[in-house]
Design a protein around this ligand. Structure first.
Ligand code: FE2
Length: 184
């Protein structure tokens, strides 16, 4: 839900999703949203190699939408595929992740596209494994009693703040739908 970890954790991802091309895209609702536009066309990247979904509007062709739906669904949607992650809490120190890579119908009927699809799976697997490592390290750090909390950075961590408020609301039995950026 923040993108300042990209250069350190996912150097390859910044070839297609550059730091400066990230923007908030936050409306009213129980989700946090940002986007990357334009998505860069890097020769080593497989993000844009599959054909775009038929009938897609022009404004969506160069954009990747990153959405986190409360409480446990995150999805990145591009013109030609979507990567979805569902996290299931198992116990306090264990979470199960389920990942789905979605493509338009018939994408895998064509042999060339089928091999692009496999490369795309590999790409997301690398990105996701990098995230797993960093998330586990954060968990380990947070469980150290020497850590007593810290400040958040509005520019980068507002979506995290939004998420933490959802959790706090649920724990306090408060039913509140958070406003979007244009409604504050
Ligand atoms: Fe990440």
């Amino acid at each position: 839900m923040e993108y300042y970890h990209l250069p350190v954790v996912h150097p390859k991802l910044t070839h297609v999703s550059r730091m400066n091309d990230h923007h908030r895209c936050q409306g009213k609702g129980m989700y946090s949203g940002m986007l990357t536009t334009p998505v860069s066309r890097d020769v080593d990247s497989v993000w844009l190699n599959l054909p775009a979904t038929k009938g897609i509007e022009k404004k969506h062709l160069e954009t990747a939408y990153h959405i986190c739906i409360f409480p446990n669904v995150t999805i990145t949607i591009l013109q030609n595929h979507a990567f979805c992650m569902i996290t299931d809490p198992i116990r306090a120190n264990k979470t199960r992740e389920r990942n789905f890579l979605l493509t338009p119908p018939l994408t895998q009927e064509n042999g060339m596209q089928s091999s692009m699809f496999l490369k795309l799976i590999k790409f997301w697997e690398i990105i996701n494994t990098q995230d797993l490592v960093i998330v586990e390290r954060v968990q380990e750090g947070l469980s150290n009693i020497a850590f007593t909390g810290g400040r958040m950075c509005f520019k980068f961590e507002e979506p995290l703040h939004r998420y933490q408020n959802w959790i706090a609301d649920k724990m306090c039995n408060i039913h509140r739908v958070h406003p979007g950026d244009h409604e504050k």
